[in-house]
Design a protein around this ligand. Structure first.
Ligand SMILES: Nc1ncnc2c1ncn2[C@@H]1O[C@H](COP(=O)(O)OP(=O)(O)OP(=O)(O)O)[C@@H](O)[C@H]1O
Length: 237
């Protein structure tokens, strides 16, 4: 289980997070939603080791990893994507995906095979030899997800993977995200403003508002939660 417990973060006078507790269990997809500036990315930064909680703790399978740096947490099985895809422009798509596998100690040939398998899963095998910098926007974002899976994580944190995508691309991505726990043995924490995607894909949904946990429940419970509708869902419809 990946747990953030009692996490607070302040940036000067801004309380980005206040006493937030959220957990992702093995096999689960948990959505993280809320208005702009609610603290979603900050929470993912805390869980992946890019931001220290002040105070608060992060546990991975019962082990306190709060003081572990981002690369140490990556080795222990926490992988993430960023709002910007950040591919290596001059490496091929397959090489981009192989890099994390090599960094996690897999031999190059095995890493390339893994990269090709991940591309085939994303139905992007034909793009393996293209340069990372030559991809269309939606392709780039899908490659970023394949790349984060190449590290063979137990927990994958996705920061707005469908942002700026067409409805068709977002629907396709939703199907792929739904497959991740069963296919890769990897739980997912999904930040998304695309509410249809969150409600279709997630087992549970956490709602942040002004840095506080406003609600946590199944998609059905969240859609009917009056506080969530008035703070967030009402405005997006
Ligand atoms: N590095 C930083 N320095 C100062 N303030 C920050 C920093 N990062 C985030 N903040 C502030 O903390 C609050 C939470 O930001 P955060 O990016 O976590 O929200 P979010 O819910 O992910 O928003 P969005 O949906 O717009 O991505 C905001 O008020 C933001 O301006």
């Amino acid at each position: 289980m990946l747990q953030a417990i009692g996490v607070s973060v302040r940036f000067g006078g801004v309380a980005a997070l206040t006493d937030v507790t959220v957990a992702v269990a093995p096999g689960e997809i948990v959505g993280l939603i809320g208005p702009n500036g609610a603290g979603k990315s900050t929470l993912v930064n805390v869980m992946s080791g890019f931001q220290h909680p002040m105070p608060g703790q992060v546990f991975l399978n019962g082990r306190n990893v709060t003081r572990d740096k981002a690369h140490e947490r990556a080795i222990r099985g926490i992988s993430r994507t960023f709002q910007a895809a950040r591919l290596f422009a001059n490496l091929s798509v397959a090489q981009n995906i192989a890099v994390p596998a090599i960094a996690h100690g897999h031999p190059p040939a095995e890493s390339e095979r893994l990269a090709k398998d991940l591309l085939a899963w994303m139905e992007m095998a034909g793009l393996a030899d293209q340069k990372g910098g030559a991809l269309a926007y939606a392709e780039e974002r899908k490659v970023a997800i394949a790349r984060s899976l190449a590290a063979q994580p137990s927990y994958l944190l996705l920061d707005e993977p469908a942002a700026g995508m067409s409805e068709a691309d977002a629907n396709y991505l939703a199907e792929k995200i739904r497959e991740i726990p069963g296919r890769f043995g990897c739980s997912v924490l999904l930040i998304e403003h695309n509410i249809n995607m969150v409600m279709n894909v997630c087992d549970r949904v956490a709602v942040l508002n002004f840095g506080r946990l406003l609600a946590l429940g199944t998609p059905g419970e969240i859609l009917e939660n009056e506080a969530v509708v008035s703070a967030y869902l009402g405005e997006s419809e």
